[in-house]
Every structure is written in structure tokens, then in C-alpha cells.
Design a protein around this ligand. Structure first.
Ligand code: GLA
Length: 388
């Protein structure tokens, strides 16, 4: 098993004695409600069984020694609790260090150092939240090691804080929340405005969720992401001159249409339209799932993609190829881009008896059109982060 293998690797690498503890935090796939989490809207993600493992032992001094089995060439990266500042040379360790920094900022005292071995099986840069899983993993490690009284929701918020203010991506709460709060076979219907949430069983009867990884990640992802946020914030300010709202997520489609002319720029209007309509779609999709109307859920997924492609403009050629192929295939209930965008993955609902064909045909055509392979994962929905 993975855990035993990693513990053995830990012992060979760090040597020495003392209790070793093991943790896991999952990645996530969002089913619908994209780019709504920083607009006070709803999201509907679920935790994967793919994620990040951490094998940890306490130290007596204040040193931090990190090793990632995914980046073997980087070797052991050594730092200390007195050096919790972002540093490009610190590479991936900026994520756990950011979480340590965010705990200390809240007054939690990290009283001794740690040796940490990490291994993740989420493909990096695939938009399945490998970084959020590393942040949440670190939160769980610190809670357990130092006995901190923090809830899993707090751990998600601390992870987001570290990503925003230590690692410079202005992300919303969805990814960390899904990793911390996931529940096997359920998706989380989260109102990002209030953090009120509800678990919805994902019962697709005769269908499966399939993730397709385009294996492209276009540059400037973080800056384009931050630009979208700014555009929505500006549109909100313009709308606030005529209606009393705190976020775009409070608007119905009709209210938006009635007031959209105060948004003085055509691009900003499209962005705000997406935020409003996508939020309403997420609400409707969850309702459809509760009513076991998987067909309607799929239609809403398709509409979500169209909006992300043309109004929010966070898709790209490779992803559109995957979605177009999927939507045209018999047995596909719905398909859309998932996550932040500009590459990464699509999520599709595919009838059981069409899954093999989905993988082989789309795989072949994608390879011909794009020049490299796509990867496919048939999703198992797992639990949130914890000790293993
Ligand atoms: C990224 C961010 C999330 C969310 C999605 C888009 O994954 O980290 O907070 O905004 O993009 O829905």
C-alpha cells in the first residue's frame, strides 16, 4: 500500500527514531459553479481519491526538512520555522510554509520543527487542485502535531489565506473547502457567501464522471485569473450604484438583465453575466440531481461550458476540442471545462456503456488534432483530508 511504501522511503531518507504519522488530502473536481466562488455564488465540487500524502515526524529543533517524491531531483529542502517567508528558490515548499505562516499569523505557535515527506498522485497543473490539497494536508498535519483547536473549515480558510497572501494567487475558497470537507460519494453544495454547505449524494444510476486531462497549461494562468476577479469586482461596483447587493451571487438573471447597462464595458458585462448565470445554473443543477434528473444536470454542464468559453473566456483550443468531441458523442450526458481554466481538465458525465468508447475515440482524435495524448480518469468520489 502507498502509505507503507512512503513510510519506508521516509525512514531511508531521514533515518533516525521517533513516531511517524501519515496524512492524506484529496484533490477535487468541480461539477458545476465555476468562477463563482469569489463572486459570492455557489459551487458544487467533490473530493477525489487522488491527492497528496504526507509522512511526518516531529523534530526537537526548529528545522523544517521537506522532501517530495514527485520532485526527487530537488532532494531535501531544508529551512526553519524562523524563515517563513515566500522564496522562489523554496519551490513547492512555499505551499506548506505558507500554511505554517498563516497559522502563526493567527496566533498558533509552532513550537518545534518537522521532517516531512510528500507524495502526490494528482497530475501537476491539471486544475485538480494539487496545491490546495498540499495546503490542506499541511493544515491537518499542524492540527494533529500541535493539537490545535481548528475546525476543517478553518483549515480550508487558512489554506486559502496562505495561497492569497503568501503564494500570490487570489483564489476563492472552493478548492481548499472541497479538499478539507469532502465526503465519499457526495458532492458539496457550498454557498461561498455564507460558507453554508450541504452534501448531495452523487447518484448517476447508469453513468460515471470522467475527467479528461488536456495536459496543457497555458502560461499567465494566475494573472488571467486575477484579471477576471478584478473585472467582476469592477462590474459589481458599477451595479452597486443602482442596486443594493454585496456580491454578484445575489442577483437573479432577470435582475442582472434589468441593470446590466450600468456596467460600462462590453467585456465586463460578459464576465458579470457569467458569474450571475453560472451561479443560478449551479443551484438548478443541484436541484436536478436531487430530482434524479441527470439529463438536465448534463444540459446545465454544457451551458456552463459555453458561458466559460464565450463570456468568461477561460477556455482554450485544446479544451474546446475535448468538450466538442464529448458533447457530440452518444452516451455523453454533459461535458465542460472544470477548475480555473486555460488548460487543465474537462469533466463529463458518460453512460456506463459508453465509457470505453469515450476514452478510446476521444483519446485518438485528440492525439491527432493536438499532437499529444490526453489522459482519462474515471472518478471515485472520496473523503476529505485526515490522518491515515
Ligand atoms: C481555481 C480557484 C478556485 C475557483 C476556480 C474556478 O480552481 O482556486 O477558487 O475560483 O478556479 O471556479
Amino acid at each position: 500500500m502507498m502509505k507503507e511504501r512512503l513510510i519506508q522511503q521516509f525512514q531511508e531518507l531521514f533515518k533516525g527514531e521517533g513516531e511517524i504519522r501519515s496524512y492524506f488530502a484529496p484533490g477535487r473536481v468541480n461539477l458545476i459553479g465555476e468562477h463563482t466562488d469569489y463572486n459570492g455564488g455557489h459551487v458544487f465540487p467533490c473530493a477525489l481519491t487522488l491527492g497528496t500524502y504526507g509522512i511526518v515526524r516531529s523534530r526537537e529543533d526548529r528545522k523544517l526538512r521537506f522532501y517530495s517524491a514527485n520532485f526527487e531531483k530537488l532532494g531535501v529542502i531544508e529551512t526553519s520555522l524562523d524563515e517563513l517567508v515566500p522564496d522562489p528558490k523554496a519551490n513547492w515548499t512555499n505551499y506548506p510554509k505558507g500554511v505554517m505562516w498563516a497559522f502563526e499569523k493567527r496566533g498558533y505557535k509552532l513550537t518545534h520543527g518537522l521532517d516531512i515527506l510528500i507524495y502526490g498522485n494528482i497530475p501537476n497543473g491539471s486544475g485538480l487542485s494539487s496545491s490546495a490539497s498540499l495546503e490542506v494536508l499541511t493544515g491537518v498535519i499542524l492540527k494533529d502535531t500541535f493539537g490545535f483547536d481548528v475546525s476543517m473549515v478553518d483549515i480550508a480558510l487558512i489554506g486559502q489565506d496562505s495561497e492569497n497572501n503568501f503564494n500570490g494567487c487570489n483564489c476563492g475558497i472552493m478548492d481548499q473547502f472541497a479538499s478539507a470537507m469532502g465526503k465519499k460519494d457526495h458532492a458539496i453544495f457550498l454557498d461561498t457567501n455564507t460558507l453554508h454547505y450541504e452534501y448531495a449524494p452523487v447518484v448517476l444510476k447508469d453513468a460515471k464522471i470522467v475527467i479528461t486531462n488536456s495536459k496543457v497549461k497555458h502560461s499567465l494562468v494566475d494573472s488571467a485569473y486575477n484579471d477576471r476577479r478584478t473585472e467582476c469586482e469592477t462590474a459589481l461596483k458599477e451595479l452597486q450604484t443602482v442596486i443594493d447587493i454585496k456580491s454578484l451571487g445575489e442577483l437573479t438573471e432577470e435582475e442582472y438583465e434589468a441593470h446590466k447597462d450600468v456596467v460600462k464595458d462590453a467585456v465586463r458585462q460578459k464576465r458579470a453575466k457569467h458569474a450571475v448565470y453560472e451561479n443560478q445554473r449551479a443551484v438548478r443543477a443541484v436541484e436536478a440531481l436531487k430530482n434524479q434528473d441527470v439529463e438536465l444536470f448534463g444540459k446545465l454542464m454544457n451551458a456552463s461550458h459555453e458561458s466559460l468559453r464565450y463570456d468568461y473566456e477561460v477556455s482554450c483550443e485544446e479544451i474546446d476540442i475535448l468538450v466538442d468531441l464529448a458533447q457530440a458523442m452518444p452516451g455523453v450526458v454533459g461535458s465542460r471545462i472544470t477548475g480555473g481554466g486555460f488548460g487543465g481538465c474537462t469533466v463529463s458525465i458518460v453512460k456506463n456503456d459508453a465509457v470505453d468508447q469515450f476514452i478510446s475515440e476521444i483519446g485518438k482524435t485528440y492525439q491527432e488534432k493536438v499532437g499529444h495524448e490526453a489522459e482519462f480518469y474515471v472518478v471515485d468520489i472520496g473523503d476529505g483530508a485526515g490522518i491515515i
